[in-house]
Structure formats: C-alpha cells, structure tokens
Design a protein around this ligand. Structure first.
Ligand code: NDP
Length: 491
C-alpha cells in the first residue's frame, strides 16, 4: 500500500513516531494508502527547517521566487491528469471536476502569486513639507498553513503560493482525510528545485499536528481554512501569543431568486450551486429563497434538473455526482435529513443511498442530491452548515423579508442574488451580510478580489493584494527632510 511521507527540509521522510493512519477511498469505503500520523516532534523539525531557510528565502529576489513558483505551476500543469486522478480517488469528487477545477486552479494559484509579487508595491506619504513616510513591507517569518478536505490542493495552494511569494517560509498541514495531492505537490517542489525548508508539509490529524502548528511560538502567522468550531479553537490558542491570523470558515449561503430572473439561467446554475462537489463547498448555495410567484415553476424545474444528474463512480467520465468524503460526512447528512423530517420538511427528491452503483462502489459514501421544502427559516437544517448535497427551498414575499431570511444565520460567507432589476440588486447588496455577493451568477471567481467571510464565516481576507498584505509586516519609516526646522516634528 502506498505510503505518503512528510516533506521536511527538502526530504520526504516518515513521521518521527513511525505511526501511519489508513487513507480511505470514499468511492469504495476502503483504505488504499497510508498517511503519517505525525505529532509535535515532526512539527518541531519542520519549524526548524523553515526557520533555517527563512533568512535566505526572504532575501531571495522577487524575480527568483517568482521563477521557482512558476516552475511549480508548470509541473502541476504537466502532471494534471495524474493529479486529477489522485484528487478524485482521495476525495470522491468526479474526475471531471478535479480535472477542470481543482488542478488547473491550483496551477493558477501559483502562477497568480508568482507574478503578483513582481507588481506588489507599498505606499509612501509626503507629510506636508517635512518628511516622507514610507511603508516597508517584509515577510513575517514562518507561516502555518492549515487546509480542509473539500478542495485539497486548490485551497492549500491558495495559501502556499502567496506565503512563499511574499518571502515567508511555511509549515503546512493538509487534511489527513485527503493528503494525497499535497504529497504529490511535495514531490513537485523537489523537482522544481525549491530550496530546502522553504515549504514543509506535515501530515496528520488536527489535534496532533494542527494544534502543534498553531501553538508553536516560532510560527507567527496562521492561515486556516476549515470549520467555524475549529477556527474558534485556533483563535483561542493564537490570541494570547498575538499571532496574525486569517480564518476562512463555514457558510450557510443564501441564493435569492426574484420572479423577474430567467429560469433558463437560474435553474442550471442553482443545480451547480447546490450540488457541485456533492454540496461540500464553503460557497454552496444551501438555502434557496424564491419569490412566491415563481416558487412552483422554479421548484418543478429544479427537481427535474437535479434528478437528471448522473450519480456514480467518480472515476467515470460522465459522472456528475460522486461520493462524499467520509463515513462521518454521510452520517452527518443523515442526521440532518432526520431532523428535516421531524421538523415537517418535505423531501422532494434525494435523501437516500443511490441505487445501481457499480460493484466497486457498493460500500462507498454516496447520498443522492436532496431538495427539501416546507422548513421554517429558523429550523436547524436552515441554520447550520451541513456541508453535503442538501438544499432547502423557501418562498418569500418582499425584499425586506428575504433580507431578514438571508441574514438570519450566524454565517456570512457568500450569497447569490438573481434579478434584472438593477436598483434592487444594488439596494440588496448593501443589506446582505456576506463577504461575497454574486449577482446573476455564482462562483464567478477573480483571484484579485478580497475573499472571506463576515460574522462566524471568518476573519481576514484572502485573494490578490490582500493575501500579500496578510503575509507581510507593514512598518512605517519616517524620514525628515534635511531642511531648516527644529528636529522632532509634531505628532
Ligand atoms: P475542520 O475544521 O475539521 O478541519 C480543517 C483543518 O483543520 C484540517 O486540516 C484539520 O485536520 C485541521 N484541524 C482540526 N482541528 C484542529 C485544531 N484543533 N487545530 C488546528 N488544526 C485543526 O474542517 P473540515 O476539514 O471538516 O472542512 C470543512 C469545513 O471547512 C466547512 O465548515 C467549510 O465551510 C470550511 N471551508 C471554508 C472555506 C472558506 O473559504 N471559508 C473553504 C472550504 C471549506 P484533520 O481534518 O486532518 O484532523
């Protein structure tokens, strides 16, 4: 069975304690590789390597850092098919999705920040006729990068690329449930010639490896993407150590559909927003609100389009809907479906284990895409993040009412709004509490824009210049002009 190894100080090494965990293929429910069950000792080695590499890497020219990161991007593209297959096997997502989204986007992340750093600049301010204040931005040191299992390489590379581009070194931890492409990335970094210790990847569980990273006194910057509860734990650890922390957390995102929106566009996009990646996207639109006059036509067409999704083996080309990531995730979805039934919800389609799966997938973690109506807006299913292929549909009557519905959860990550009434769109954009609002579209991403959540969906922003700012320390240098004035100046 293939053994994944840690990537520390440029070498692929087993964990100090010698223990490994089984890595399960979600489509079959059986282990197919082993992942290091690392602990604080491995994090210590990785941190020492990152510390030793920092002086040289942070002084390496931006052009040279850019060249190396572009080489990583080239290699990801060259190995796209192998990486897509690995991502599909490891997560249960359709290979078509891994091939068209996860892997190309991972290469683009490296390419984007490798070139962004060449154009990154800092401010200067002429203070009257007395002085120039300039902002000196330098890499902060060692960054701890922790990512979840739903978009493994995509989200890890979204952190690694800006951290390294800005001149930091890093200790990264992918989810232990989906470690394979991070391991393949470590092989790519070796092949690209990334200097030893610049990037270190330690595999293992959150409680052992993740918490050792967040608690390590020499890791001064933490970028975390994952669940809100884990984010809160990390914040508690980091606050007394005054670490710089970015938390990209959960979501319970509203999709708001007014009757003037064309259903021919809204329905297919709503199917993607609800069920892409088996609903395991922080951006998923898991609560749909439809203006009452369009409610029945929308629901009818939405159910029909959802039933047309092809469920099956993630490795088959035509599969639209693959497996959930783990047994725990299937159990979590089942619990929420029971809750929906007991709260009076009507399951219009889905909610069961799919029939007719190929023999090899019989023990896999599959659940049909599920549409529920008739649930109160404040019910648990409408308030809590399920992170699975479950969506609710609720009618609304007025703008004010749907704004209240949309803002009723503790989350505020993304939302989408469908209307051709432009003044209404702008009016509502002001009122909806979400870090991103898509109008007449969903998941239309531009890597330059700030991405992150409000409320319990997180703190800080990733993306473009925001990420480069996060991974650098701004310092103010004030230079007084050598003119005939008393020294000191005024505050
Ligand atoms: P978790 O919070 O369980 O885990 C995320 C990562 O944190 C994993 O690598 C995990 O390790 C690690 N971890 C767990 N406990 C600790 C700890 N105490 N200290 C440090 N690290 C720890 O999230 P999931 O992996 O279940 O991912 C799903 C969640 O991620 C959803 O809530 C989703 O909304 C959110 N998400 C947010 C996004 C955003 O951009 N806002 C994007 C994508 C997902 P391990 O699992 O190996 O034990």
């Amino acid at each position: 069975m293939k053994r994944i190894l840690n990537y520390i100080d440029g070498e692929l090494v087993p964990p100090v304690g010698g223990a490994f965990l089984p890595n399960v293929e979600p489509a079959t429910g059986t282990p197919y590789s082993e992942v290091p069950d690392s602990d604080g000792r491995d994090v210590e080695l990785a941190t020492s390597a990152a510390e030793a590499a920092f002086p040289s890497w942070s002084r390496t020219s931006a052009a040279e850092r850019s060249r190396l990161l572009l080489r990583v991007a080239d290699l990801i593209e060259a190995k796209r098919e192998a990486l897509a297959r690995a991502e599909s096997v490891d997560t249960g997502k359709p290979i078509r999705v891994a091939r068209s989204l996860d892997i190309p986007r991972s290469a683009v992340n490296f390419r984007f920040f490798a070139t962004a750093i060449l154009h990154f600049h800092s401010e200067s301010h002429a203070t009257d006729h007395k002085a120039i204040n300039y902002t000196l931005r330098r890499a902060r040191g060692i960054a701890g990068l922790i990512s979840p299992w739903n978009l493994p390489l995509y989200l890890l590379s979204w952190k690694i690329a800006p951290a390294l581009a800005a001149g930091n070194t890093a200790v990264a931890k992918p989810s232990e449930i989906t470690p394979m492409t991070a391991f393949l990335l470590s092989e790519i970094c070796r092949e690209a010639g990334l200097p030893r210790g610049v990037l270190n990847i330690v595999h293992g569980t959150g409680p052992k490896v993740g918490s050792a990273i967040t608690a390590h006194p020499k890791i001064s910057t933490i970028s975390f993407t994952g669940g809100t509860r884990t984010g809160a734990e990390i914040a508690i650890t980091c606050a007394p150590m005054f670490k710089k922390v970015a938390l990209e957390l959960g979501g319970k995102n509203p999709s708001i559909i007014f009757a003037d929106a064309p259903l021919d566009e809204v329905v297919p996009t709503s199917v993607h927003a609800s069920f892409d990646n088996q609903g395991q996207l922080c951006l998923s639109g898991s609560r749909i609100f439809v203006e009452r006059s369009a409610f029945h036509p929308f629901v009818e067409r939405f159910v029909k389009a959802t039933r047309a999704l092809k469920l099956g083996d993630p490795l088959e080309e035509e599969t639209d809907h693959g497996a959930l990531v783990s047994r725990a995730q299937i159990d979590k979805v089942a619990t929420y479906l029971d809750q929906a039934r007991s709260d009076g919800g009507r399951i219009l389609c889905g909610g069961r284990t799919p029939q007719g799966l190929p023999e090899r997938c019989r023990e896999g973690f599959f659940v049909e895409p599920t549409i529920i109506t008739g649930l109160p807006v404040d019910s648990r299913v409408n308030q809590e993040e399920i992170f699975g292929p479950v969506v609710t549909v609720t009618p609304f009557d007025t703008e004010d009412e749907v704004v209240t519905f949309a803002n009723s959860t503790p989350y505020g990550l993304t939302g989408s709004l469908w209307t051709h009434n432009l003044p209404r769109a702008h009016r509502m954009a002001e009122k909806i509490h979400s870090g991103t609002l898509w109008i007449n579209c969903w998941m239309l991403r531009d890597l330059r824009v700030p991405f992150g959540g409000m409320k319990n969906s997180g703190v800080g922003r990733e993306g473009g210049v925001e990420a480069l700012r996060f991974f650098t320390e701004p310092r103010n240098i004030c230079v007084q002009f050598p003119i005939d004035q008393p020294a000191g100046g005024s505050k």
